[in-house]
Design a protein around this ligand. Structure first.
Ligand code: TYD
Ligand code: MG
Length: 483
């Protein structure tokens, strides 16, 4: 007896069940199962299966000839940085991002630049009509670029058209959720359709050597909708992020088989499309609020590039039983850890205060090196002590309250000096890493206590360096420690 086709598919992870259930056992998500017709996708009559004999193919050696440069530069430095030096032939890239963030704009610009450089670049829009895409190109001043454009959604038609003539160097599919293939019967946008369409397009890319970019939509909780399954099939996943209200856009590699995943590309959305920002520090520090307590400049590192960014903290007495902790752009567990260390080792009492923490410019920081700058901003806000405006901070805080060294000290110092900062507050143990003259005054701290005492002293109008918190009067919010 033939096995019945499984027909309830989880729209998050793609697991299939033969009856409906509230929770997906595979990924643990609730309410994600939807009915799909899988006949043809998974089942094939036994008679056909057994009759089909496997086709023989030639096995190749590793030392083969590659006709063209394996990487194709997009003409946009920031995009190349994230992909790891350009589009790899036959590779497939998934670009995810919120609606309206600028995915179509970015890819229109990339295809136009390639087309202008004489390559065959194809842009297939499944969402917008040809006229709409043209309108955007006109606005971007790229209407003259010889991009091959179409508004199509049938994967079979697309593959057939692309197989004609010269192999395209770049194909953009905007978006994968709008594509459908005849081989499965589910509606467009369902996991089965998205997976089958992506498979057919990826097969074309691998066979022909064209670089393929798939645009993917993102759900409310930041996942690329439906095609989680697609993430596993592609060579690289890039995520395009930004705050709706701000003009900065950050392109980040989430996965990359051919390059690093810690590089970011920074863009600015202007009236004339996306402008590349080659020095992001200047952008993130451009609207700095000089002279108010609660802000500290962090000398961070994004991939190989040092990036200076302002961290902002607001510490205010709470009216609630459980104080609020709100974080944007940083890990909230990391904030809790820094607060706990401040409380346990430095006598900074924060359990009666709400804490709001923000990374300026919409950047998201994942480096532990931000601990010291975050602690400085928090203590500065609590004590109303303004930090020196020409100082940068970096260093990891350990649970014991010690300040640990971080990687690439000299690169961070060099960037700070370049941007006109005069001093750096950094771990004591980092001194060994600094070769020669750093170009700025170095304030090394061995423990968090030293930093807290320093800032507290500033708040009381004693700019002199204080090393022993016991000798100072207790500022507001501080509790004296015994012993
Ligand atoms: P779009 O690329 O269509 O976003 P996505 O494809 O990710 O949905 O970008 C749409 C937004 O970008 C829209 O709000 C208008 C804005 N925009 C500009 O500000 N300047 C421009 O030159 C263009 C083309 C778009
Ligand atoms: Mg779009």
């Amino acid at each position: 007896m033939a096995k019945s086709a499984l027909s309830f598919v989880c729209q998050t992870c793609g697991a299939a069940y033969n009856r409906w259930q509230g929770k997906c056992d595979a990924c643990g998500e609730w309410n994600t199962l939807a009915e799909e017709d899988l006949t043809g996708a998974t089942t094939m009559p036994v008679s056909i299966r057994s009759k089909r004999k496997g086709r023989l193919f030639t096995l190749e050696t590793l030392a083969g000839k590659t006709q063209d440069a394996p990487r194709l530069s997009s003409g946009m430095t920031e995009l190349d940085r994230v992909t790891g030096g350009g589009f790899v032939r036959g590779s497939v890239l998934l670009v995810g991002g919120d609606p309206g963030i600028g995915k179509s704009t970015l890819l229109t610009q990339a295809t136009s630049l390639l087309a202008r450089a004489g390559h065959r670049a194809v842009y297939i829009s499944g969402e917008e009509a040809v006229a709409q895409v043209r309108l955007r190109a006109e606005r971007l001043g790229l209407a003259d670029a010889p991009v091959q454009l179409a508004a199509e959604t049938s994967v079979e038609d697309i593959v057939a058209t692309l197989s004609e003539g010269a192999v395209p160097r770049l194909v953009v599919i905007d978006s994968i959720q709008t594509m459908w293939t005849d081989t499965v019967e589910s509606a467009p946008g369902t996991v089965t359709q998205v997976r089958a369409s992506a498979q057919a397009l990826i097969r074309f890319a691998k066979k022909s050597g064209a670089a393929l970019i798939l645009v993917g939509h993102v759900t409310k909780d930041g996942q690329i909708a439906g095609p989680r399954v697609v993430e596993h099939m592609v060579d690289a996943v890039l995520s395009f992020e930004g705050e709706g209200s701000q003009q900065f856009r950050i392109l980040r590699a989430v996965k990359n088989r051919f390059g690093p995943t810690d590089e970011i590309g920074v863009f600015e959305m202007t009236g004339l499309g996306l402008r590349e920002v080659s020095n992001p520090s200047e952008l993130f520090l451009s609207a700095r609020d000089l002279g108010s307590p609660g802000t500290a400049v962090f000398a961070g590192l994004e991939g190989t590039r040092p990036v200076l960014v302002e961290l902002q903290a607001l510490v205010a007495p709470t009216a609630l039983g459980t104080p609020r902790r709100a974080v944007v752009g940083w890990d909230s567990n990391r904030l809790s850890m820094v607060l706990a260390v401040l409380e346990a080792h430095c006598g900074v009492k924060l359990s009666g205060h709400d804490v709001y923490f923000n990374v300026a410019g919409g950047l998201r920081i994942s480096e532990p090196a931000a601990d010291l700058a975050a602690a400085a901003a928090l203590v500065s806000s609590l004590t109303h002590a303004q930090l020196p405006t020409d100082a940068v901070y970096f260093g990891e805080i350990s649970l014991s309250g010690a300040v640990r060294p971080v990687a690439q000290t000299s690169a961070r110092l060099k960037e700070a000096a370049k941007l006109g900062f005069g001093r750096a507050v950094l771990p004591e143990s980092a001194r060994g890493d600094i070769g020669g003259d750093a170009g700025l005054t170095l304030d090394t701290v061995a423990g968090l206590t030293t930093l807290v005492a320093d800032i507290a002293a500033r708040g009381q109008g004693h700019p002199a360096k204080a090393t022993d918190p016991e000798k100072n009067a207790t500022p507001p919010g501080f509790r004296r420690q015994n012993g």
